[in-house]
Write a protein that binds this ligand. Structure first.
Ligand code: GLV
Length: 321
């Protein structure tokens, strides 16, 4: 009796507990068991002959990657909802399917957007640093006043799944919601949120959350000129690296035009623009949007399910076209 060899699968990063339990019985999985990305050289060396690769946003999937993997490669399953690390046209040209992990990280990411909105508006980072510094302080009627969210209009740039989940949470704060998307949503999906042209949205948003995906069209969409359109004293939360120009954001904080800002992920991760780090009113967190145990298990599980579906001869559950 001959046994069919198990398809070789590369997993480019350690995944959450239990995620690989369904993969390892059916595939010969090689796991880069580390929280650090693979070096490019190690990645390219590990690719030849793989049938599937589970990638992260740090792994650039381009001609070089695809050529290194060779014709055995059937799917790149990105462990992220974003796909800006992947040259989709090159994958299509090589007949390689691409999947991502939409849906399962929506709530965790929307929760973090709210954590950041509250932290920026109510000066949580500054307050923490003050206490830990040991500097003297005293409660005072004028001490560390912040922006009250309740009833304040909320603008959302990018009303996809995550934007809609951010909007739903606004109901608890009594905040009227306006948004900008390339195309207005059907009324039942918009759930009372008002579509505005981008510049009008900016002008009407004392609080703005940016959740649109990074594409060639959205890179630095929120530049110095657009930041200037926000009302003076606005608070901005950026949930997608590359859409808000980080240098312009630091300048808008430095000039006092913005009251505060918060950023979850960065254009040149793991580096953070020193100009942003220098801003006391910037709340900066290391790409934590989807970082809960439940969500990371769901993202890993979906990446594995996409691989399993394709290895079994089917289509990915959540394909990227
Ligand atoms: C971002 O972290 C993503 O999942 O795309």
């Amino acid at each position: 009796m001959t046994e069919t060899p198990q398809p070789p699968v590369l997993v480019t990063r350690r995944l959450a507990d239990g995620v690989l339990d369904r993969l390892t019985p059916v595939a010969a999985a090689t796991v880069h068991d580390s929280e650090q990305p693979m070096t490019r050289a190690d990645l390219l060396a590990a690719l030849p002959g793989r049938a599937a690769v589970i990638t992260t946003l740090d792994d650039r999937v381009d001609e070089e990657f695809l050529a290194a993997a060779g014709p055995s490669l059937r799917i790149v399953a990105n462990h992220a909802v974003g796909t800006h690390n992947i040259d989709r046209a090159a994958c299509a040209a090589h007949g390689v399917l691409v999947s991502n992990t939409p849906g399962v990280l929506t709530d965790a990411t929307a929760d973090l957007a709210w954590a950041l909105l509250l932290a920026a508006g109510r000066r949580i980072g500054e307050g923490e640093r003050l206490l830990r510094s040991g500097r003297p302080w005293a409660w005072a009627p004028t001490f560390m006043l912040g922006l009250e969210l309740t009833g304040t209009p909320l603008g959302i740039l990018g009303m996809g799944r995550i934007g809609q989940a951010v909007a739903r949470r606004a109901a608890g704060f009594g905040m009227p919601v306006a948004y900008h998307n390339r195309t207005p949503l059907p009324a039942d999906t918009a759930a009372g949120a008002r579509w505005l042209p981008l510049d009008d949205l900016l002008a009407a948003s004392p609080v703005l959350v940016v959740t649109c995906p990074l594409t060639a069209d959205t890179r630095h969409l929120v530049n110095a000129e657009r930041l200037a359109r926000l009302p003076a004293g606005a608070v901005l939360v950026s949930m997608t690296a590359g859409v808000v120009d980080e240098a312009a954001l630091a300048a808008a904080l430095g000039s006092g035009h913005l009251f505060a800002a918060a950023v979850d992920n960065f254009e040149h991760e793991p580096a953070v623009d020193p100009a942003l780090l220098a801003q006391e009113r910037a709340v900066l967190v290391p790409h934590l949007g989807s970082a809960t145990v439940r969500t990371r298990q769901a993202m890993g599980g979906l990446a594995v399910d996409n691989v399993l579906a394709v290895l079994a001869g089917g289509a990915p559950l959540t394909p990227v076209r």
